[in-house]
Design a protein around this ligand. Sequence first.
Ligand code: GLU
Length: 422
Amino acid sequence: FDSFCPLGPWIDTEFKPGSQVVTATVNGELKQSAPLSDMVFDVPFIIEFVTKVMTLLPGDVILTGTPSGIGPMIAGGEVVVSVEGLGSLRNRVSNVANQQQREVRTRFAPSPTGDLHVGNIRTALFDWAYARHTGGKLIFRIEDTDRERVTDEYIGRAIETLQWLGLNWDEGPEVGGPYGPYLQSQRLDIYTHWAKTFIANGDAYNCYCSTEELEARREKQRELNQAPGYDGKCRSLSADDIAGYESEGRKPVIRMRMPDGETRFNDLIRGEVTFEHKYVPDFVLMRADGSPLYTLAVAVDDVLMKVTHVLRGEDLLSSTPRQIRVYQAMGVAPEDFPFFAHLPFVMGQDNAKLSKRNGEVSIAWYREQGFLPEAICNYLALLGWSPGDDVENITMDELVKLFTVERDRKSTRLNSSHEFVS
Ligand code: GLU
């Protein structure tokens, strides 16, 4: 970076930062302007951000040494950074085009308990577009640990619907891949292995509390206006306590220990998100019958399948601190955690989260009405995302070319099915 951006280190040591104004333009357009004293030169952060988040492609420009430390990435542009009273520095793309980068691996991981709905499809479309835009891989994983609700029929229909829409993936149940199997129901021994490892390392523990006991204590928490959640009763049981519970015939669940403190991460759409652990109680990883819960399975798989970018619906935002806890317990270094981008809900006509009550949610319905796959993808792509101008139509090729996560807006509404062009 020093050779790409000589201005940064030089300013720090030679120029003696004061309140001189720095402006940055890209292709003549003013992008940033701020006093030099506000600048942050955090080189490790910049390198991590640029190599992992921005996913450089040949021809992209990064602007560093600017007031925020990071500037826009624009294809084929000329960047000029000027420091008041000092002069200007011009720079071009070619300096960074050969940056080493981690291959992007996104995943679409539905639990089809019925036909895929509009929200699922939009997530799939964005996962696909991001993988294709970056030249990375899309993994299709079926989260079917609940085999009573996720049936073979629904799985088959999900695959068929995605294919009908023109989406394809590089790894998945029917195409295979190096990190399979891609059906969670075929990976149960992997989840058991990790849950046991967490217990052995002291990150998790056996919890013998019965459902009735938990409910009674929760009721008390409600009366006392305390945050509901597990109170840590089984965190440090003695051998005698355990023997007593076992002799009563109780079967334990496995619970993850949440340390005091907070979890902070940078969501690519929402910015920095913080969860205080007093609102994230110790959570169950595995039921008494040995079946894994979502949080365990999803986090273990994202690590083992080497997922770099988790793009998914914002209903899963609050599960993120628990997943990060699982990564930590697996020994994953923070720089190897995936990046998260929580996509806004697709809202129904009454501005409530889309459900069967307030809008047609099933893609199968649109298909039966004669809507074409291109029209559905076009509509969903532009729902909460726009390539910049007031574009009303976008082809799949254009979507791949232009798609960036950051453009997805924070909330989005499905107005009515009539907006589709059939
Ligand atoms: N299987 C989860 C669902 O269908 C999504 C998992 C994820 O994207 O993290 O809601």
